[in-house]
Design a binder for this molecule. Structure first.
Ligand SMILES: Nc1ncnc2c1ncn2[C@@H]1O[C@H](COP(=O)(O)OP(=O)(O)OP(=O)(O)O)[C@@H](O)[C@H]1O
Ligand SMILES: O=P(O)(O)OC[C@H]1O[C@H](OP(=O)(O)OP(=O)(O)O)[C@H](O)[C@@H]1O
Ligand SMILES: [Mg+2]
Length: 279
């Protein structure tokens, strides 16, 4: 039985639950449930605070989990990243009042507020920069205005929270983060299946199937426009001058590719979603 830690609330929880549902697992029906058994899939889910997930998995108490890369690093635990999951994508950045800081050197001796002291402390220690860390739980962007810090380091997605506080990022990103599947120090039978199922969910979300008919002499040019994951499937049609083509394409390129194929001479271009995939 694979024991899986999943976020019970916060920025990761909703999409993590959707991924697991799309991967064929039982979800919880009541948000107060903390443990959900899924004997058919030989797994058990433990709903935990996102910040605690790497601690449980790193200690071996649970086999695997879904958390953020930034939280994994900040936990300092023995868990390791098994697979990036492509949601809750963010950067981790230094930010200060507009124009006040340019480089890491400007941080020396300053009060730096963050909810990720291990991640930030490690990054600065590697670069020989000493600061006074101020550990906060959240809403770190208010720390400068309220006078407890000179500078902050926090999660940035759109940057709108920073802008509203008159702050701007400086220096290189400390980290590029996203949700990740993590595994512990012990071998976990069943991890491979979970990994492949989640990979299938990502493919089904990112790609669609495109079918079209094409004069057969144009197939090389059409393949240059949409080459598919491996290579397009080409089938004969009743009219020997035409072929039917099926290809997987990224969802966010649908219209661009349809325009280009139509221009080339393709007709009856149809796009259908993928419900599940195992590549
Ligand atoms: N606006 C955001 N965009 C993308 N990822 C985010 C965002 N905010 C937080 N995250 C990611 O979510 C994870 C933090 O999980 P957490 O549950 O603490 O989220 P939260 O929304 O901050 O919850 P809480 O309300 O408890 O602070 C981290 O991996 C972080 O990078
Ligand atoms: O760049 P943005 O799109 O503005 O998103 C980034 C903000 O989102 C998260 O805050 P959250 O709402 O989780 O509050 P918290 O600071 O209390 O965790 C994060 O901590 C940043 O503050
Ligand atoms: Mg938060």
């Amino acid at each position: 039985m694979l024991r899986i830690a999943v976020p019970n609330k916060g920025a990761l929880a909703e999409t993590a639950a959707e991924y697991l549902k799309e991967a064929g697992y039982n979800g919880r029906r009541d948000p107060k449930e903390l443990i959900v058994a899924d004997p058919k899939n030989d797994v058990e889910f433990f709903y935990l605070r996102p910040r605690d997930i790497a601690t449980y998995v790193g200690s071996g108490a649970l086999d695997v989990g879904i958390t953020g890369r930034d939280l994994l690093i900040d936990s300092g635990s023995d868990a390791h990243e098994d697979e990036p999951l492509g949601f809750a994508v963010s950067t981790f950045r230094f930010a200060g009042p507009a124009g006040a800081f340019q480089t890491l050197d400007d941080l020396r001796g300053k009060r730096l507020a963050t909810s990720y002291p291990v991640l930030v402390g490690g990054y600065l220690a590697e670069r020989g920069v000493e600061v006074h860390l101020v550990k906060l739980d959240g809403a770190v962007e208010s720390a400068i205005r309220l006078g407890v810090a000179d500078v902050i380091a926090d999660v940035v997605e759109t940057g709108s929270t920073l802008r509203k506080q008159g702050l701007e990022v400086f220096g290189e990103p400390i980290l590029r983060s996203e949700a990740v599947l993590i595994a512990g120090p012990n071998e976990a039978p069943g991890l491979g299946t979970l990994h492949r199922r989640l990979e299938g969910v990502m493919v089904a979300r990112r790609y669609v199937l495109m079918d079209y008919d094409l004069p057969s002499e144009l197939i090389e040019q059409a393949t240059a426009i949409a080459s598919g994951m491996e290579s397009p499937t080409i089938s004969p049609t009743r009219d020997p001058a035409w072929v039917a083509v099926r290809v997987m394409i990224p969802r966010d390129e649908i219209n661009h590719i349809m325009d280009a194929l139509y221009e080339l001479g393709a007709r009856a271009i149809l796009v259908t979603p993928i419900h599940a995939a195992r590549l």
